[in-house]
Design a protein. Structure first.
Lengths: 268, 290
């Protein structure tokens, strides 16, 4: 069981201070976002589409620059990590290279860091085993189901042994059962490897089930409106979905989310 | 041209082949594959026989329409001159295609890397493309004294553009999330080119190659027509012109036959190449089971 008092003392891993993001076309995607994420947290970004969740994630990973404010990740400016190994990123689509086998796809991050296939073999196989795809190393992405592709994508993100896993609505396109299954796999990776996870979703149930903390965002401009700790301990199994605690948490988070929606409607 | 003989080389699903009983679907597939070879060949042979019969039955003089048998005979009697000419045309076509690939890919890469360069140079490429090669050929023949080089330039101009434009589009077509991934892992520009941009561009390039192969041949023949029959060392177009002057219609048909044959060969080879390169992953070349 994760000890929360320990989490509160854990070192700060990601620190966003007064961050704005305005795109060239004038859209303010993120406004005044301040957020501190500690080592080992499982944080969900929850909000309607267009509220800046992806933008926030991309700024943290250094793929987008900030317009104002500052983000430090593990003591460095976002995107300036010396070895680029800190962060694993999982996109909404599996984003695999269709011309390469599953092995080649998972090998990619290590290849880009100059490892030979021989030196990387063990780690790639380990990453494939983590997601239960050891037997599919030689398959091509088109031969896999949507859920399996997503697991390859997770294996690829995990192969560098990152401290942080950033996931942008990773399971939004999958069916309910596959999604529940992958949720459990992500939870178990998080627990076993001491990861810090930021999980973007627009599902209240998913965010409550998974996270130790739900950050609720609102649109126009994108900003944080609620920061709701989830006190239920881990490990959580599918039984958790049947408990009154879970239902109560979902109700609270839903209410918070609905508040942001009303706000949007008024603005229209 | 509906020749799809190349589609027949692949075997069916291996898992099924292992079973003792032959799956009826496999039988159907095999039959389908056989038909794909047998039907076009039968149709071609039937057409030739009909041609032969009609010429014989109506006693059409051979200087109007020669019978296929006479064309075949001409192919045999004029074999050495025709082969020399064919070799010349093949050399011209392949060389211009090779130069078009090198030039198109290199310039395509420069364009893909730099918008300003693309914006400045693209109009020239378009002008070259839209001006009919027949119209430029006389000028090129005046400026370039070596006929072979002049012909080469003409054929090159025709084959170059599809390679250039598809290479540019292809290099820009890489998935934006994959680009982000390469950025995240701090890929060098060379790694990005090799492992992301080039594979993404390959389907576009192969499509261009199929087109450019045919165009190179057309360019080579058209340019030679414009140049006229000068000199000993000339290609199939010169044989056609020459036969037309001398009213040797069977020879004209024989040369024409060789030009078509070359075109078909180029088509088959580029199609096969495209399948060999893309067959294991790209939608355009994957054979689906029905
Ligand atoms: N590259 C971009 N250029 C301009 N506007 C953008 C860009 N990316 C996102 N936006 C805008 O920023 C806002 C937030 O987008 P995003 O972060 O993708 O939202 P979410 O992931 O929460 O759905 C949206 O209004 C979107 O249209
Ligand atoms: Mg998004």
């Amino acid at each position: 069981m994760t000890n929360f008092s320990r989490l509160e003392e854990a070192p700060v891993l990601i620190d966003m201070k007064d961050v704005d993001k305005q795109f060239g076309n004038g859209t303010v995607a993120v406004k005044d976002m301040s957020l501190t994420i500690r080592d080992g947290e499982f944080v969900s970004f929850l909000g309607p589409s267009g509220c800046g969740k992806s933008t926030a994630l991309k700024m943290i990973s250094g793929l987008l620059s900030v317009s104002r404010g500052a983000i430090t990740v593990n003591g460095h400016m976002a995107g300036q990590s010396p070895d680029g190994n800190d962060i694993g990123f999982v996109f909404q689509e599996a984003t695999l290279m269709p011309w390469a086998t599953v092995f080649e796809n998972v090998f990619l991050p290590l290849k880009l860091h100059g490892l030979t296939r021989r030196d990387a073999r063990e780690r790639v196989e380990e990453a494939l085993a983590m997601v239960g795809l050891s037997n599919f190393a030689k398959s091509y992405p088109r031969e896999l189901s949507g859920g399996m592709k997503m697991r390859v994508s997770i294996a690829r993100a995990m192969v560098t042994k990152p401290k942080m896993l950033l996931m942008d609505e990773p399971f939004a396109a999958l069916d309910e059962m596959t999604r529940a299954n992958l949720n459990d796999q992500v939870l178990s990776l998080w627990e076993r490897h001491g990861l810090t996870v930021i999980f973007v979703t627009h599902s209240v149930f998913e965010s409550v089930y998974l996270s130790s903390r739900v950050v609720v965002m609102a649109a126009r401009p994108g900003r944080v409106v609620h920061d709701i700790p989830q006190v239920t301990g881990y490990p959580r199994t599918s039984d958790y979905r049947l408990t009154p605690e879970y239902v109560e948490s979902c109700r609270r988070v839903s209410a918070a989310l609905e508040g942001t929606m009303d706000h949007v409607d008024i603005n229209h | 041209m509906s020749i799809s003989i190349t589609e027949t080389t692949e075997t069916g699903p291996k898992a099924l082949a292992a079973q003792d009983m032959v799956d009826p679907r496999i039988l159907a597939e095999r039959r389908d594959r056989r038909l794909r070879i047998v039907l076009p060949i039968t149709a071609l042979v039937a057409a030739l026989l009909l041609w032969e019969f009609l010429v014989w039955y109506n006693e059409v003089p051979h200087y109007l329409i020669p019978a296929p048998s006479l064309i075949a005979k001409t192919l045999v009697t004029d074999w050495s001159t025709l082969m020399q000419s064919a070799a010349f045309t093949v050399k011209l076509t392949l060389l211009s295609l090779a130069l078009a690939i090198v030039g198109g890919v290199l310039l395509g890469m420069v364009f893909a890397l730099s918008r300003p360069v693309e914006m400045s140079l693209f109009p020239f490429a378009v002008i070259l493309q839209v001006t009919p090669v027949v119209a430029i050929a006389p000028l090129i023949l005046i400026y370039v004294s070596n006929t072979f080089y002049a012909l080469l330039i003409c054929a090159w101009i025709v084959a170059f553009f599809p390679i250039l434009s598809n290479t540019v589009i292809g290099l820009r077509s890489a998935d934006h999330n994959l680009r982000d991934l390469f950025t995240l892992y701090q890929a060098t520009p060379m790694q990005r080119l090799r492992y992301l941009l080039v594979p993404s561009a390959l389907p576009y390039f192969m499509a261009a190659l199929k087109i450019a192969g045919g165009l190179a041949l057309i360019g080579a023949v058209v340019a030679e027509f414009v140049a006229g029959t000068a000199g000993q060392n000339t290609g199939l177009a010169s044989r056609i012109l020459e036969s037309s002057f001398r009213n040797e219609i069977p020879r004209m048909f024989a040369a024409l036959f060789l030009v078509s044959l070359l075109g078909i060969l180029i088509f088959l080879i580029t199609s096969w190449l495209s399948r060999a390169v893309l067959g294991h992953w790209h939608e355009s070349e994957i054979r689906r089971e029905h």
